[in-house]
Each structure stands twice: as structure tokens, then as C-alpha cells.
Design a protein around this ligand. Sequence first.
Ligand code: 4NP
Length: 157
Amino acid sequence: MENKIKVLFICLGNICRSPAAQGAFEDLVNKSNKQHLFEIDSCGTSGFHDGELPDPRTRKVALQRNIQLTHRSRKLKSEDLVYFDYLLVMDDNNFKEVISLTSDESIRKKVFKFAKFRTNQGSEIVPDPYFGNETEFQYVQDLVEDCSVGFLKYLGV
Ligand code: 4NP
């Protein structure tokens, strides 16, 4: 559908945070019967893990919420900046990286830190769990689920 809301979640490797965010938001959208309104994808600013499934730890904590992650890692491409309506980054490095790819203000306005949509007070970034343990992955999962609720509310659809 032409007028779907196109949402792209972006992190560094596209194997931990952005696939977790994609899965959490898709799950919420499906449970709200709003899947016809959205096109949802994720990618990374690096191509480090091109073609890989999400990190096993990411998949494990998502599965504990009955969310199966099947996304394959891919690198952000310049066309994404034009195609998607919302470019939702996880941290300040992702933000700087995406902003640096364009000087077009109408594109820059589409870039948001996803954690800005959290429903409670706290950090505005989704921290990189890659070098952490399961506690960090659990925290990311909780946070992206909460931010998904806040983002859907923000959209008002
Ligand atoms: P992500 O986590 O950006 O949330 O997917 C990372 C995954 C891989 C690496 C860093 C962060 N890495 O350095 O390979």
C-alpha cells in the first residue's frame, strides 16, 4: 500500500538492538491489528554482520516474549533515507552516522532516537548490549517493548 507508514530501525550491527526493536514493534502492531498500516524493517550502519540472523542472545530473550526474530542483517543504504518515513536510531553514534549521510533537512527531520519514545523517565538511548551479558539483552528487550508502545501512541494511529 502506497501510504503505509514506513519505519526503519537502525543500530550499528543490525544483530542486537534494531532487530529486537523491529520484532517488538511488529509484535505490538500485530496485536493491535494495525499491520496493514505499516511497513517495518531494520538495518545497521555497518555491514559487519551482513546476512546474519540476530545474535543468539537477542533471539533468546525475544523468544521468551514469544517473538521469533528471522530478520537478516543488512547495511543501511542511501535509498532508505528517502524511502522510509521514520528512521529510528538506537544511540548517539547511530544518530550522528545517519545525519552525516545527508544535508537534506527533510530527511534529517525523519531521524529520531527510539528511546525518546519511552513511556517513563530515563536514558534516551538504547545501549549496545553486544559486549554485555544476558542482563543487558533483557534490558534492551524491555526498553524496546516500552518504546514501541510510546512510538505507536506518538503516531496516533
Ligand atoms: P547492535 O550491536 O548494533 O545492537 O546490533 C552490535 C553488534 C555487533 C557489534 C557491535 C554492536 N560488533 O562490533 O560487531
